[in-house]
Design a protein around this ligand. Sequence first.
Ligand SMILES: [Zn+2]
Ligand SMILES: [Zn+2]
Length: 236
Amino acid sequence: MLDVIRGFVRLTWPRRCAACGEPCADAWFCGTCGPLVAPRDGPRCTLCDAGLPSVGPAHRCGRCLSRPPTFERAWGLFDYAGPVGDAVRRGKYGREVACLRAVARVAAAVVPAALLDTPPDRVVPVPLHPRRLAQRGFSPPLVVAHAVARTLRVPLARRALRRVVDTPEQAGLGDKERRRNVRRAFRAHGVEGVDVLVVDDVLTTGATATAVADALLRAGAARVRVLAAACVDRTP
Ligand SMILES: [Zn+2]
Ligand SMILES: [Zn+2]
């Protein structure tokens, strides 16, 4: 019954800004937040997309130089701050799927040219463990993956990856703990010879991206690239 009422309220009330919650006629973000929704810019690592203080000859961050990732390339499109950060948090922790859809829309609109030029064979969302999915009611990476797959005109393979270990929440953990947490958390199947784009909602240290890439490559994927709607600023 509650869902019916909620659905009715959503239908009859005007749309609200995904970031601040103010009513806004027919946009995903209001007139104040909208202009602040801008993709990341500035020098970045050409492998993991971490911000760099300046563009060096290698264009790679220290972490990638000492331990190159197993994925070919990762992109984090917006800073996990400002309106996009607010919208992701409202979506994930306030369970407002419409906020995540707004983020997915703006992310899909700024998909990197490299992906449009050489699209993957499949878009694969980072899976939630079934227990976490039941708690949250929806999968934030899947919401973003839907929009990205539509833009790239590439099929979504939502069951190619499974999360077999219910890892603790990564927020608040250090780099090493995150890696240890997710190392064996994923299993992939049906990706032999497939060029995969993994999609997540937020990219932080790349620990999840690495674990997912490892699982896909173990299962025979030909190529793994990673795209996240938002990125925690990791400028060293
Ligand atoms: Zn707003
Ligand atoms: Zn890097």
